[in-house]
Design a protein around this ligand. Structure first.
Ligand SMILES: NC(=O)C1=CN([C@@H]2O[C@H](COP(=O)(O)OP(=O)(O)OC[C@H]3O[C@@H](n4cnc5c(N)ncnc54)[C@H](OP(=O)(O)O)[C@@H]3O)[C@@H](O)[C@H]2O)C=CC1
Ligand SMILES: O=C(O)C1=N[C@H](C(=O)O)C[C@H](O)C1
Length: 271
């Protein structure tokens, strides 16, 4: 079978460069396009060189329609507005769209859902094996404990991250809510400040820390009377997300249109 032809969106970004490196070291995939923002000073530069590799001849472009003509998939770790624009093109082309972008609003998520009758989308706030296993464990623990155990999700990321809570924190919150059979939107406590009043029983709390170069730390704390259970994951290198995204693209290649998650890719949906 021929190699899966992939476009990296946000090729000049932190994840974009990691994805270019991951593609170069993975069998069965090849980089055929590199997308950057219109007006970016990186347009025209070589994606390999930007990723710290030898030149690979793939120049950064802002024209996804042209790039996608000969592609099988797009790996998209950009910003919500770009991802929403890319969704329409990927759907029209019928190519796999792996979405790692976080900070998507509920209306962004509705747009993504609306194209999945013709698009093959794998979307997750975190593409690593470890975090998806953590999510499965969180769901199981939340199912076993009653609301006498307060659930708090704490995350820390590098100083350049622009959204909070992280996509991973929200994914873990969804897992905890699923374990408790409640809707996260009705039970989340975000951004406490000032005289907040006592904690509401059943809330799932979120706290975000930013600083330095932290790749991504997440903890789920189950705080009960006189005891606490803590589940945690610490990402040490962005390559775990990049390799996860490639696994997702290869898994989705040839699948029916639909909206899939990393739990589907990793076989953890029924864990
Ligand atoms: N799901 C997961 O496993 C992971 C998700 N992420 C998420 O991925 C996203 C990117 O993270 P990161 O790489 O650190 O961020 P960066 O800011 O380093 O990279 C984003 C890149 O996207 C580019 N971009 C902006 N607009 C467009 C556009 N219209 N078309 C193409 N490219 C565009 C930016 O260009 P410019 O700088 O010129 O604006 C930038 O190069 C974030 O939402 C982050 O939370 C990150 C790691 C793992
Ligand atoms: O912006 C990042 O860096 C990361 N973003 C994702 C998130 O929002 O959870 C995944 C990872 O934690 C790194």
């Amino acid at each position: 079978m021929s190699d899966m032809r992939l476009i990296v969106a946000g090729a000049g970004g932190r994840m974009g460069r990691a994805l270019t490196r991951a593609i170069s070291e993975t069998k069965g995939v090849v980089l055929t396009g590199a997308l950057e923002a219109p007006g970016s000073e990186l347009l025209g530069q070589d994606a390999g060189v930007l990723a710290g590799l030898p030149a690979n001849g793939v120049k950064l472009s802002a024209d996804l329609w042209t790039l996608s003509a000969g592609a099988d998939g797009i790996l998209d770790f950009t910003v919500p507005a770009a991802t929403i624009a890319n969704v329409a093109i990927a759907a029209q082309r019928g190519i796999v769209h792996v979405i790692g972008t976080t900070g998507l609003s509920s209306s962004d998520n509705a747009v993504i859902k609306s194209v999945t009758d013709q698009a093959i989308v794998v979307k997750s706030g975190n593409m690593s094996l470890g975090v998806n296993l953590l999510a499965a464990l969180t769901r199981r623990v939340a199912q076993s404990l009653d609301a006498g155990f307060d659930i708090e999700i704490v995350e820390m990321h590098h100083r350049a991250k622009i959204d909070a809570p992280s996509g991973t924190a929200l994914l873990l919150g969804e897992a905890a809510a699923a374990g408790r059979k409640v809707d996260l939107d009705d039970h989340s406590a975000r951004g406490r400040d000032g005289v907040t009043g006592a904690r509401k029983t059943g809330d799932i709390g979120f706290a975000s820390l930013r600083g330095g170069t932290v790749t991504g730390d997440h903890s789920v704390i189950f705080a009960g009377p006189y005891e606490r259970i803590e589940l945690a994951h610490k990402a040490e290198d962005r390559m775990i997300f990049a390799h996860g995204a490639l696994k997702a693209a290869q898994w989705a290649h040839g699948k029916s249109p639909g909206l899939y998650s990393m739990m589907d890719v990793l076989g953890l949906a029924e864990f």
